[in-house]
Write a protein that binds this ligand. Structure first.
Ligand code: PBE
Length: 269
């Protein structure tokens, strides 16, 4: 019944993603801050794929839905979505994605370290790789195509770095579209230097652990300062932060634009 309050229409449910995602922790915090925890609101844990499929169905039938959204992601190009205003600034205005490597990498694999240190690109570029993968291209091929089309930029990452011959290196990531794109691009750039690269997808907590315990060499997947801030602080001192590889990411609750009366998280109460 479209005349009912939006909460009632959607069973007071925020459609979430994987339990371990940084955004899920931030959303729990937001629900407290906005008093949604005291009503009957709940954050539904599922998977990104399930969230996107539920979102797709809602859009098809123009029914209301509140999701944990983020960008860069094709959900914002494929669908007309808006982030809900967050006057208490729980999610932060923008996020950046950092490159995090294990202690000792600089000494052990200085060539890889240097490339990882230089790697950076822009949201539009990340989106273009994501879109190709979403249209069915293999991540490795989409990354290679992007590298071929952006040779100058990639050269600026590899310039002057000595080639290695089959040294191995391992990157870890979580299989979100953004991270599939960035990890494959960096993996292929490392391959240009002669590295034998392994990329391994895992959940977020094991990903941070893999760097801290030196089971992996690095990741380009750290959404900060808010989204994965908990992990960053927990593992502080057990990794090297090589700084930002992408600026202008954003995380927050999002709804389809046809939900005209819902513009702020406060409108959910
Ligand atoms: N995300 C997408 C991740 C980072 C990339 C926002 C779902 C998270 O840690 O929540």
């Amino acid at each position: 019944n479209p005349k009912e309050p939006v909460g009632k229409q959607i069973n007071y449910t925020i459609t979430g993603i994987e339990a371990g995602a940084g955004e899920m922790a931030t959303t729990q915090k937001a629900m407290k801050a906005y008093g949604l925890d005291k009503g009957n609101w709940q954050l539904q844990t599922s998977s990104t794929a399930a969230m996107l499929s539920t979102l797709g169905k809602s859009i098809r039938y123009k029914t209301p839905i509140v999701i944990t959204g983020w960008t860069p992601h094709w959900m914002f190009t494929k669908y007309k979505l808006k982030f809900l205003k967050d006057p208490k600034n729980i999610y932060g205005k923008t996020e950046h994605i950092n490159t995090i490597v294990r202690k000792g990498l600089k000494q052990d694999k200085p060539e890889a370290y240097q490339l990882l240190n230089r790697f950076n690109w822009r949201p539009k570029q990340m989106s273009s790789v994501m879109l190709k993968v979403n249209h069915g291209e293999s991540p490795r091929k989409a990354a290679n195509d992007w590298i071929r089309e952006n040779r100058q930029q990639v050269d600026s990452w590899t310039k002057g770095i000595k080639h290695v011959h089959g040294q191995s290196i391992k990157l870890t990531y979580v299989a979100w579209d953004s991270e599939i794109a960035s990890t494959n691009v960096v993996a292929n750039a490392l391959r240009l230097l002669g590295y034998k690269v392994t990329i391994q997808a895992m959940e977020l907590q094991p990903m941070w652990t893999s760097i801290a315990t030196k089971a992996a060499d690095g990741t380009v997947s750290a959404w900060l300062p808010n989204t994965q801030g908990l992990y960053y602080n927990d593992f502080k001192g057990r990794f090297d932060d090589l700084g930002t590889n992408l600026n202008g990411a954003k995380v927050g609750l999002a709804v389809p634009t046809y939900m005209k009366n819902v513009n702020s998280i406060e409108d959910l109460k």
